[in-house]
Design a protein. Sequence first.
Length: 420
Amino acid sequence: MNQQVAAIGCADVLHRIEMPLSEVLARMELAGVAVDVDYLHQLSDVLEGLLRTKEGEIYTLAGEPFNISSPKQLGQILFDKLKLPAGKKTRTGAYSTDAEVLEQLAVEHPICRSILEYRELSKLKSTYADVLPRLVHPSTGRIHTSFNQTVAATGRLSSSEPNLQNIPIRSEAGRQIRRAFVAAPGNRLLAADYSQIELRLLAHVSGDERLLQAFAEDRDIHAATAMLLFGVPADGVTPELRRKAKTVNFAVLYGMSDYGLSQELGMPVQEARAFIENYFRQLPGVRRYIDQTLSFAREHGFVTTLYGRRRYVPEINHANRNVRQAAERAAINSPLQGTAADIIKLAMIELDRRLRREGWKASMVLQVHDELVLDAPSEEIPVLANLLRECMSGVASLRVPLRVEVEVGDNWAEMEKFVL
């Protein structure tokens, strides 16, 4: 096994990252995280009420009651009765009513947005509010999730029983689920999050001068992009222009097509294409990175992170356009998302070493995407916050600084920025 790993250049990933991390994750799983069970029971009742209200709203918009959870009945309402434009079909031949289809149809009829909201409420209730109390260990009174190192293709950690990676953070309902995760008695939660790490990595690997300068000057990268895209001064960047620039930034990160961007921004495809073309004119280093990455992937069938982790993309030369484009999107983003995953894993290893060596009572309890959460005695928080930021920001040497935002609170939803 070691010879095979070394032969593909992944020995460093195995021995420096994954094997040491397995011990860290074992300690996190044993530590577990506290949850407020009474609050979850109350939240379940609240979500049930919201579901019934949303259900009535959907029936009114449809003009009749039906089984909202039935794709067949929903399809009949949307496409047969309301005459909305039908899109792709499923394998059974029925028209799709998945989230992507409903997002596209939301501009056609308000029922589509209501159905999306209904689905989110239903998922939060059934997946979290109702299930989390049953996962509390009777002896510890805590939830002990399982962290998985070999599930996500990019190298990110995943978790199961419960899956904590999919709790939505942008919606109010999702934040209410996070509210259930609390500190132990006498403790507080300390959370640290990498700020815009994938865009910082894009600046590093692309070497684009404007991106490097923006991060070196600690500017708002989305506002800086808006200035370039729309040709306005700093005081001319409105919230709407910043929002559009932010969408374009992440569209480039994830290899989104002009059609995908047009759907995100609600504009014609031609206008979205012009946005992307202008982006690459203003930031030629990014265009160069993408071209070189795709060229390498087409020749070798894989891409790598800065630490050597591979992501195989065998469909990169596929004859089917949709299959090929999906592989291209993976090839563009995986080196960035994978490197971000490697970096936070290295930070976790270093932080765990420091916590044990220096005798801290705090313990790491959660890791979700670019965020790390600790459960710590209140008296340790001031010094521990500095240690946490030091471990996370100093773990990698890049052309731009790694910025870490630290927050503290009694639960995972109600956190305040911690100022050192």
